[in-house]
Ligand binder design. Structure first.
Ligand code: SF4
Length: 217
């Protein structure tokens, strides 16, 4: 079996062997809790699978869980999540109609031993690719009309390595290889808004993109 269950063993990074052969979102969520498809499971608290309306017309895809999400096992409950909740409300999107998930299901971090904190570290392309089968399964099972990708990692997971938020955001486009007409719209990740010097402008751009998504449904 591919995976990294044994430390130090060079194996393929791939979640595929851990996916159930049948079942809906609950079966996939349960199976994802045992995923060893890449090394990120070793240091994180647990898998953070997607949440929300299993029949949602709109799906949001972020990068990976943060420190708080990792502890609680739920996506978008940390500071970036709170900013996203505010932006969604301003854009007129009701969160009970959404399905939210991340491109990578485990928290990747480095330790700041001085401050006893865990510092977010972006997942590598290899880790993102390894985790993609879970994201594709969620897409297949929820079958949204529109996917909003938040930031570069989610964008590259669904639109390929040449994706750039700066040039590709704000416009609905067909999801590559989708046979059911699913579209995808890119915008910034809310954590990028929190880090930005021009935070007000970045936030306004996020809300504008989310409004475009709402109007596209
Ligand atoms: S990050 Fe994804 S592929 Fe890697 S162990 Fe976690 S669920 Fe599996």
């Amino acid at each position: 079996m591919a995976g990294t269950g044994d430390r130090g063993t060079p194996e393929a990074y791939d979640a595929t062997p851990y996916l159930p052969s049948r079942g809906g979102l609950p079966a996939h969520r349960k199976a994802a809790a045992e995923c060893r498809g890449c090394p990120l499971h070793r240091d994180a608290t647990g898998t953070v699978f997607g949440r929300g309306d299993p029949g949602a017309r709109l799906m949001l895809v972020g990068e990976q869980p943060g420190d708080q999400e990792d502890r609680e096992g739920v996506p978008f409950v940390g500071p970036a999540g709170r900013l996203l909740h505010r932006a969604l409300a301003e854009a007129g999107i009701d969160e009970k109609d959404l399905y939210v998930t991340n491109a990578v299901k485990h928290f990747k971090f480095t330790r700041d031993e001085t401050r006893k904190r865990r510092i977010h570290k972006a997942p590598s392309p290899r880790e993102t690719l390894a985790c993609r089968p879970w994201l594709m399964a969620e897409l297949r099972l929820v079958s949204p009309e529109l996917i909003v990708v938040l930031g570069a990692t989610a964008g590259r997971a669904l639109l390929g390595p040449s994706f750039r938020v700066g040039t590709d955001r704000g416009v609905p486009r067909p999801l590559p290889d989708a046979e059911d007409g699913t579209r995808v719209l890119a915008t910034v990740h809310p954590s990028a808004v929190l880090r930005a010097q021009d935070r007000r402008e970045m936030y306004a751009g996020l809300v504008a993109d989310l409004r475009t998504a709402a109007d596209a449904l």
